[in-house]
Design a protein around this ligand. Structure first.
Ligand SMILES: C[S@@+](CC[C@H](N)C(=O)[O-])C[C@H]1O[C@@H](n2cnc3c(N)ncnc32)[C@H](O)[C@@H]1O
Length: 440
């Protein structure tokens, strides 16, 4: 693995050539891409723990503070904890916040098992029809068979009957992780979708809709993950003389509720322009977990959203001094003004995030950002180069970069809409000064 021509923008005026760290990362990466609670719940475009792990070890020291402003399921937070760093996570998505919390909260396995057994017994022996407790989901019968709705409602009734707290959240995440599998949706689709392929499998009796045994198995498997996290936490406490703190703070990566110059390192994998519809991916789980916010509002706040109103983009004219972005705008704006606006807004939001991270980072702190090349409406978006330019405006120097070939897909849901993103670049940007330009 090495940086290809992407590592060397043709027009490099004012931009430093990054050091290629790909070989060093290649040696670090190892084979095991999931351990402890990293696999506690599916999450779109989750990164392998070695990406934050490598950055944390290389650019921070024990006791430092690490931020992930697009935290997702909390991979950076768990790696920071294991490596003895305090961490802060920000995400707009309510389910992401819940997964990250459960992923990073060690629970005494003896006590957890002692709660699990009566919970599972109560669910197994509940003979009543609990269908009326199922949430109101638009088109509910399209998504769930009546007997599945009744069984899921039974599971929910008993989890929600527990005392509120960390243990209950653990069981909620176990419950959430079976929702999609028990629905009529194709399990391989990114967004829930009832496909003819799935219908065929159902007709051939090749799918199981036994929600209660499924929940039981899931709890047993996730108890093993929780046990591993507990063991890790004991080691961490001994090694670092106390547990590092994990804080899930605020909601928006463009407005982070941290003091100026308060973190040593930031590591993140931000969304791509219009690549994953984060709100729709987990909508079934969100209904069952009572996390359903105002969907349209949430979607409007997501960086990389494909939601855009005519009233916004009709009067809008793209203005940018970034040559690579200008080229994309020139190509898109004639035929696809809405798409041009979506891409432009994405980079403007990323500019706001870079400047905000500049503010909260200490002097000479590092920001590591995962970026993938993608195409949108058949126009190639050189995300890497555009973000490198924006980094410069926001006071960062592109110090290094490395690549990661996204081949291990069993952990993740693929990152694509109309084209696959096959190769990730990780930009290593060092804070050199305050932002010098507040425009794209
Ligand atoms: C690629 S995912 C991060 C995955 C994460 N690295 C992991 O391993 O699970 C990007 C995340 O950005 C979040 N996001 C989108 N817009 C946001 C915003 N305005 N502020 C904070 N988070 C946002 C999405 O909800 C999503 O969880």
């Amino acid at each position: 693995m090495s940086l290809d021509s992407q590592g060397d923008p043709p027009d490099r005026r004012g931009l430093a050539k990054p050091v290629d760290l790909s070989d060093e990362f290649g040696k670090y990466i190892g084979k095991q891409v999931s351990y402890a609670t990293h696999g506690i719940h599916r999450y779109p475009a989750k990164f392998i723990p070695q990406i934050p792990g490598f950055c944390i070890q290389k650019y921070s020291k024990v006791g430092d503070r690490v931020l992930d402003p697009f935290m997702g399921s909390g991979t950076t937070l768990l790696e920071s904890y294991i490596l003895g760093r305090h961490s802060y996570g920000v995400d707009i998505h309510p389910l992401a916040n819940m997964i990250a919390k459960v992923k990073t909260t060690p629970l005494d396995p003896g006590r957890l098992r002692a709660s699990a057994e009566p919970l599972l017994e109560a669910i197994r022996s509940d003979g009543s029809d609990n269908s009326a407790l199922a949430p109101e989901i638009p088109n509910r019968d399209h998504w769930f068979k009546p007997e599945v709705l009744a069984d899921l409602a039974t599971v929910k009734k008993h989890i929600w009957g527990m005392r509120k707290g960390d243990q209950q959240d653990f069981f909620k995440i176990c419950f959430s992780s079976i929702i999609r599998k028990m629905s009529n949706s194709d399990s391989d689709s990114l967004i829930p979708e009832v496909t003819s392929f799935r219908k065929k499998l159902d007709a051939q009796g090749k799918t199981s809709f036994e929600a209660i045994p499924k929940f039981e198995n899931t709890v047993r498997n996730k108890l093993l993950d929780a046990e591993e996290l507990w063991r890790v936490s004991k080691h961490v406490e001994k090694e670092y003389r106390g547990a590092p703190s994990v804080s899930i703070i605020g909601k928006d990566a463009r407005e982070i509720s941290l003091e100026d110059s308060s973190v040593d390192l930031a590591v993140t994998s931000p969304p791509y322009a219009s690549a994953v519809h984060y709100v729709s991916v987990h909508k079934l789980e969100m209904f069952w977990l009572d996390l359903m916010p105002d969907m349209a509002h949430l979607d409007g706040q997501v960086v990389g959203t494909s939601r855009a109103y005519v009233s916004e983009y009709r009067p809008w004219e793209p203005k940018t001094s970034v040559p690579e972005l200008k080229a994309v705008m020139d190509e898109l704006v004639e035929t696809e003004k809405k798409s041009a606006y979506i891409v432009y807004k994405y980079f403007e939001d990323m500019r706001r995030n870079f400047c905000e991270v500049n503010r909260v980072l200490k002097r000479h702190g590092v920001y590591c950002v995962v970026v993938g090349e993608n195409t949108f409406r058949k126009v190639r978006i050189p995300t890497y180069r555009i973000l490198a330019r924006i980094a410069d405006k926001c006071g960062f120097e592109l110090e290094g970069a490395f690549v990661y070939d996204v081949i291990n897909r069993h952990l993740d849901i693929p990152r694509w809409n109309d084209s696959r993103i096959e190769r990730d670049h990780i930009l290593v940007m060092r804070r050199r000064r305050n932002p010098t330009d507040d425009r794209l």
